[in-house]
Design a protein around this ligand. Structure first.
Ligand SMILES: Cc1cc2nc3c(=O)[nH]c(=O)nc-3n(C[C@H](O)[C@H](O)[C@H](O)COP(=O)(O)OP(=O)(O)OC[C@H]3O[C@@H](n4cnc5c(N)ncnc54)[C@H](O)[C@@H]3O)c2cc1C
Length: 532
């Protein structure tokens, strides 16, 4: 369905197809509402495909005394681990402790104990230097006094958004979600109450005015374009965070490694993810136009490499080992001139006569953020609307393992987590050779035509960077696989060969400018330091 085919009247229109909008759509779809979500780019195009992919309590928030955020995050983590197996999975972390830098053993011990108490499980342990080095053989042993193992969880952020949207959509004809539609403005009646929105299809330029009772503005870092902050001293402070991706063999590990950067003491993590190694993040003010897609800078590349080299000196990791990079913008609400990493990660909600704006927050706490946003929207919804849904977010995954297709239990679980009930169809439609993984990744070839057929793919970058993540995980953005991908997807997508050619060229250019690892100018490799 496209913009021109939509019904005119809705109860609720959600602007923004990141995790916040998708979470709200998911809960609202269980409340019997006529609800529409509109996304200007692709679903999860914004920060929600560019995170560190952690569903985490946020140990650092505990250090900062933000007990309630840690509490909520740990509770949500435990809930998601239970409700979304295969999509949200446990992840063990190692954290070395040094005599001359970073946090000492006892402050960390106190933090981890609190962390465990909230989750109601004992999940951390301290190892002496020998035992710790056996678990992380490449770690810098100079001044090492030992290290901790603790647990959090990880996710494929874009697939989390997509699963929420898809399952909400499947729940009934009263729910719609369209990508590539920009909301230009929110319209109000003569008394100043919200009456609807004006939107444009960004591909065809078709325009529509739609009516609704309430609008939720869930546009992340972009919220103030549609609803300026009601408090003049309190505005979005866009902070860029960037990551590098390496092949996992460069630092073979099944546990994530967390350490403090030698130049400024900020926490950095090296995380095994989807067959690659994700290293990040930075945290710096984003001074560019917010409409420009962010990309890593040479200075950030140098900073991350400096951290890696210091922590894993024997591995000789360099920029030439890097597969890709990506950058996202944190939607942070800021009142004072704090250091970026000290700014609050709590969400905020502003309400103005039928317009609810919600921003800030974390991927981890999206359900809680959605609940709060829908509560704020409650007074504008039809009388008799039930309370926001508090039950399980995802439909149960199918039990029938892919027995007939020789998938490992792990691969089947992963598919169920990403595609829910549709995993059965994905597998049953696939040729046996397409149920193999793409080298260096956990992605099956069969996921590509499935996504191309059913998941509102408009451009090749939607497919390569968000439906599956091989554009990040395979060398050169997986352009070496494009012949096979075209062969697999062409029969189920409506693109002719001229369109494929154009999409392939556009994708390659886009990848080179926004996702390629940057070469480091020689002056920067010598002089690095804090990013603040
Ligand atoms: C580097 C980094 C690492 C992070 N790591 C983690 C982590 O590990 N764990 C965690 O819990 N959190 C993490 N976060 C935070 C988390 O990713 C964000 O808080 C979250 O993704 C924000 O989601 P959102 O939906 O509010 O915004 P977004 O994902 O940015 O979505 C907003 C959407 O609105 C759309 N939009 C804007 N204007 C319009 C318009 N006019 N019409 C229609 N659509 C519009 C945009 O295109 C965008 O897709 C991280 C953030 C960063 C930057």
């Amino acid at each position: 369905m496209r913009l021109e085919d939509l019904p005119e009247n809705w109860d609720l229109i959600i602007i923004g197809g990141g995790i916040t909008g998708a979470g709200i759509l998911s809960l609202a779809s269980r409340m019997g509402l006529r609800v529409l979500l509109l996304e200007r780019n692709d679903f999860a195009w914004g920060t929600s495909s560019r995170s560190s992919k952690l569903i985490h309590g946020g140990f650092r928030y505990l250090r900062e005394g933000k007990m309630s955020l840690t509490w909520a995050s740990v509770k949500e983590r435990e809930r998601l681990l239970k409700e979304a197996p295969g999509l949200v999975e446990p992840l063990g972390f190692l954290l070395p402790v040094y005599r001359d830098r970073g946090l000492g053993r006892w402050p960390l011990e106190t933090g981890f104990t609190l962390y465990d108490l909230i989750a109601r499980k004992r999940d951390h342990r301290f190892y002496d230097p020998e035992a710790f080095s056996m678990r992380s053989p490449h770690v810098n042993r100079d001044m090492l006094v030992g290290g901790f193992k603790f647990s959090d969880a990880q996710v494929d952020d874009a697939r989390l958004v997509l699963r929420l949207i898809k399952e909400a959509h499947l729940s009934g004809s009263r729910v719609q979600a369209l990508n590539y539609v920009t909301v230009n403005q929110i319209t109000r009646d003569a008394s100043g109450n919200v009456s609807g929105i004006d939107a444009t299809d960004t591909e065809t330029s078709v325009q529509r005015a739609l009516s609704c009772r309430v609008v939720i503005n869930a546009t992340g870092s972009w919220v103030e374009a549609l609803h300026p902050s009601p408090d003049p001293g309190f505005h979005i402070r866009p902070l860029r965070g960037s990551h590098l991706l390496f092949p996992l063999w460069k630092l073979p590990t099944i546990l994530a490694l967390s350490f403090f950067h030698p130049s400024d003491g900020r926490p950095i993590a090296a995380i095994p993810w989807e067959g690659g190694l994700l290293v990040g993040t930075t945290d710096i003010d984003y001074k560019e136009d917010l409409l420009v897609e962010p990309a890593i800078t040479s200075k950030e590349v140098s900073y991350l490499l400096e951290g890696l080299k210091h922590e894993f000196p024997a591995l000789d990791i360099s920029a030439k080992d890097c597969l890709s990079s990506f950058s996202g913008i944190r939607p942070i609400l800021s009142q004072r001139g704090k250091a970026p990493s000290k700014e609050s990660r709590e969400h905020v909600i502003w309400v103005s006569r039928g317009l609810v704006t919600v921003t800030g927050g974390k991927l981890t706490t999206f359900r809680r953020v959605a609940l709060h946003a829908l509560k704020a929207a409650g007074p504008f919804l039809p009388s008799g609307t039930p309370e926001p849904w508090k039950g399980p977010l995802f439909s149960p995954v199918p039990h029938a393992a892919g027995e007939n297709c020789n998938l490992s239990p792990h691969a089947w679980r992963r598919l169920c987590g990403r595609y829910g009930d549709a995993a059965n169809e994905l597998v049953s439609k696939a040729a046996p050779e397409d149920l193999k993984t793409i080298p260096g990744t956990k992605t099956l070839w069969a996921e590509l035509p499935f996504a191309g057929r059913y998941e509102q793919v408009h451009h090749l970058s939607d497919l390569m960077l968000r439906r599956v993540r091989i554009g990040l995980l395979s060398p050169s953005g997986a352009t070496g696989h494009l012949d096979r991908i075209q062969e697999l997807c062409a029969p189920v997508m409506s693109w002719d060969s001229a369109r494929w050619k154009m999409e392939r060229e556009a994708y390659h250019e886009h990848w080179k400018s926004k996702y390629a690892p940057l070469p480091i100018p020689s002056d920067l490799t010598r002089k690095t330091g804090s990013l603040r």
